[in-house]
Design a protein around this ligand. Structure first.
Ligand SMILES: [Zn+2]
Length: 75
């Protein structure tokens, strides 16, 4: 249980698209340290690339993720 770090394989929902990756939440912050008003989830499977954002009560799927929140894929 949480110590503030993201721990793989703990309590994250499975990706419903590829069924092998986990969906992990991204916390993103603006340039002034304010939390950005959406919650984004991305699949940890780089071959899947599924991502989902919840913003203002709407769900956005497969939106490009902004710079700085895009650390899942390592090229
Ligand atoms: Zn996936």
């Amino acid at each position: 249980m949480g110590g503030g770090y993201l721990e793989p394989n703990t309590n994250f929902p499975k990706c419903q698209k590829c069924k092998s990756g986990d969906l992990v939440p991204l916390s993103d912050f603006g340039s002034q340290g304010a939390a950005i008003q959406y919650k984004a989830w991305v699949c940890t499977n780089p071959e899947c690339g599924f991502n989902l954002k919840i913003r203002n009560g709407d769900v956005y799927i497969y939106e490009p993720i902004n710079d700085g929140a895009h650390s899942v894929r390592n090229h």
